[in-house]
Design a protein around this ligand. Structure first.
Ligand SMILES: Cc1ncc(COP(=O)(O)O)c(C=O)c1O
Length: 420
C-alpha cells in the first residue's frame, strides 16, 4: 500500500498561514449557505426518518435521475439501471479495480495519472503501465504499441484508465481524433476503458468534446462521475455507469465495502436538483475558476524562471508545471513549505518515481491574490535553485529538459509547451 501525497499534505496545508495550491478542492464557500440551510431543513421536516435510514446499495432511483440529468448535459443517455451510486468517484475507482484486477494484471493509465488512483491500483497489486501524455492527452500511438507488446506476451490489460477532459494532474484534454482512436483500439483489443470525468462540465474555453462513453455507446467504456467538483466533495456522491455484468460485480464489492452511500447525502442531492438551479451554479463556478486560472497563468509568466514550462488548461482545476530536470520537486516542497506555500510534487502521479521535476498546481481553492502570492513564493524558491545550479555548474540553460526516447508503456514526462 502507498500513501496518497495529497491526503498527507492536507494535514500540513490546513494551517491558515499556508497558501495551498496542493489540494484538488473546489471552492465550497461559493455555495449559498441559505439554500443549504433551507434544503436541509426541508429534509428534516418532511423526510427525517427516511433520510436517517440505510438505503439500497445501488443508490436511490431519485439520485440516479439526478445523475442522468448531469450526464445528459454532456450528451450521454445512460439507462438508470446501468448506474450505481458510489461514495465519491474515488470509491468507484476502488470498486472497479477490486472487481476486475487480480495481482499482477496489467492496468494502463496516463503518464502522469490522477495521483489518487495510484494508491488504489497499487493496493490491488496491478501491474501499472503509464502511457506518455502530450498537449493533446494520452499518446494513442504509444498506447497501440503497448497493447501490441502485451498481446505478444499473451497478456491483456484489465482496463485503460483515462481522465480525458482537463486531466488531473496535467490539465490537458484528449483531442477528438485521439478519443475516436482510443475507443477503436479498445474495441480491436477487447479491452475496457475506465473514463473518469469529474471536470467535463468545468470548461472555460473552447467547445465541449464527446465523452468516450458516448462515442463507444457504453459497451467497452465504464464511466465514472462525481458531484464533488460541481456541487460538493463533502457529500461524497459519485457513480459508475457500466454494462450489467460488470455492474453486478461492482454492486457486490460495494455491499462489502460500505453497504450503501449516505442516505442523507442522497436526500440533499434530490432536494438540490429539485430546485432546478444546478446548471446556474456550475455557470457561476466556471466564471470564478476561469478568472483564477488566468490569474495563475499570469503569475507563472511573471514569477517562474524561463527554464520552466506549464500547461494551459481549458477547464478543470489544475496546471502542471515542469522545471529543469536538476530540480526535484519533492525536495522543493520542503523549501516551499518553509515559505508557507504548497503544491503536489509530480512523483505522486507516477508509479515508478518519475515526474521528479514536475508539480501540480491547483487554482480553484484560493482567491486570485492568494494564487498570485503563492506562485510568487514558489517562483522565488525555484529561482534560488536555478541560481545555485548555475553557480555550481557555470551553465545557463534556457530549455527545460530534452525530450527523451522511451519504451512503450515507460512514458517519460514530455514537457508540455506553453501555448502562446
Ligand atoms: C480524476 C479524479 N477522479 C476521482 C476523484 C475523486 O473524487 P471524489 O471521490 O471526491 O468524487 C478526483 C478528485 O480529485 C479526481 O480528480
Amino acid at each position: 500500500m502507498r500513501s496518497s501525497a495529497m491526503r498527507d499534505l492536507m494535514a500540513i496545508t490546513a494551517r491558515p498561514e499556508v497558501i495551498s495550491l496542493a489540494g484538488g478542492l473546489p471552492d465550497t464557500s461559493t455555495f449559498p449557505s441559505e439554500s443549504f440551510a433551507a434544503q436541509m431543513t426541508r429534509i428534516a421536516h418532511e423526510s427525517s426518518a427516511e433520510a436517517l435510514q440505510y438505503g439500497p446499495t445501488e443508490g436511490f432511483e431519485e439520485t440516479k435521475a439526478c445523475i442522468v440529468e448531469v450526464m445528459a448535459a454532456e450528451d450521454m443517455a445512460p439507462d438508470p439501471d446501468d448506474l450505481i451510486v458510489t461514495t465519491g468517484g474515488q470509491q468507484a475507482i476502488d470498486l472497479i479495480t477490486k472487481t476486475l484486477v487480480n495481482p499482477g494484471d496489467p492496468v494502463i493509465c496516463e503518464a502522469p495519472t490522477y495521483p489518487g488512483a495510484v494508491p488504489t491500483f497499487c493496493s490491488y497489486e496491478a501491474d501499472v503501465r503509464q502511457v506518455t501524455t502530450d498537449d493533446d492527452g494520452m499518446r494513442i500511438d504509444e498506447l497501440g504499441e503497448l497493447l501490441a507488446v502485451l498481446a505478444r506476451e499473451g497478456r491483456r490489460p484489465k482496463f485503460i484508465y483515462s481522465v480525458p477532459s482537463f486531466q488531473n494532474p496535467s490539465g490537458v484534454t484528449l483531442s477528438d481524433e485521439r478519443r475516436r482512436r482510443l475507443v477503436e483500439l479498445a474495441r480491436e483489443h477487447e479491452v475496457l476503458i475506465v473514463e473518469d470525468n469529474p471536470y467535463g462540465l468545468l470548461r472555460y474555453d473552447g467547445d465541449p468534446r464527446a465523452t468516450l462513453y458516448s462515442l463507444d455507446g457504453g459497451d467497452y467504456v465504464l464511466y465514472l462521475g462525481t458531484l464533488s467538483k460541481i456541487l460538493s466533495p463533502g457529500i461524497r456522491i459519485g457513480w459508475v455507469a457500466a454494462p450489467p455484468p460488470v455492474l453486478e460485480k461492482i454492486g457486490l464489492g460495494k455491499q462489502a465495502a460500505d453497504l450503501c452511500t449516505s442516505t442523507l447525502a442522497q436526500y440533499f442531492v434530490r432536494e438540490y436538483f429539485g430546485e432546478g438551479r444546478w446548471r446556474e451554479y456550475i455557470a457561476d463556478l466556471v466564471e470564478i475558476y476561469r478568472s483564477r486560472r488566468d490569474a495563475m497563468l499570469d503569475a507563472l509568466e511573471r514569477h517562474f524562471p524561463e527554464q520552466s514550462v506549464w500547461t494551459r488548461p481549458d477547464g478543470g482545476l489544475f496546471v502542471w508545471a515542469t522545471l529543469p530536470d536538476y530540480i526535484d520537486t519533492t525536495d522543493l516542497l520542503a523549501k516551499a513549505l518553509r515559505e508557507n506555500v504548497a503544491f503536489v510534487p509530480g512523483r505522486a502521479a507516477y508509479v515508478d518515481g518519475r515526474g521528479g521535476s514536475s508539480m501540480r498546481l491547483n487554482f480553484s481553492s484560493s482567491g486570485e491574490e492568494q494564487l498570485r502570492e503563492g506562485i510568487r513564493r514558489i517562483g522565488n524558491v525555484v529561482a534560488e535553485q536555478v541560481a545555485l545550479y548555475e553557480t555550481i555548474t557555470g551553465e545557463h540553460r534556457t530549455e527545460p529538459q530534452p525530450d527523451r526516447e522511451v519504451e512503450p508503456g515507460g512514458g517519460e514526462i514530455v514537457p508540455m509547451p506553453k501555448r502562446r
